[in-house]
Design a protein. Structure first.
Ligand SMILES: [Zn+2]
Length: 95
């Protein structure tokens, strides 16, 4: 009687630990969000990354809160607003 209770408790505990490990792993491996220059929330996500030929490569970002859109050229820290930039009508946004 005790052994079956201990077995069930062990299974429940192991399931809970596994669930927590999966949550921690998902949190660790999920893409990190960046501070949005417009609304100051940490909600800026990379929506596309373009391998340009000729270089430099560039990334498209969209804020999950205010929907602001930015372009970041590789090796440069500056976030360029999409509107008015040379990437304004780039098809890479439509994903
Ligand atoms: Zn924002």
């Amino acid at each position: 009687m005790f052994s079956s209770f201990a077995f069930i408790a062990l299974v429940v505990l192991a399931t809970a630990v596994l669930f927590l490990l999966i949550l921690a792993g998902a949190r660790f491996y999920s893409p990190s969000k960046i501070l949005c220059p417009h609304c100051r929330n940490k909600s800026l996500e990379c929506v596309n990354w373009i391998l340009a030929n000729p270089p430099p490569n560039y990334s498209f970002f969209r804020c999950g809160e205010c929907r602001a859109e930015y372009v970041q050229v590789q090796f440069e820290q500056q976030m360029i607003p999409r509107a008015g930039s040379e990437w304004e009508h780039d098809r890479g946004w439509d994903i």
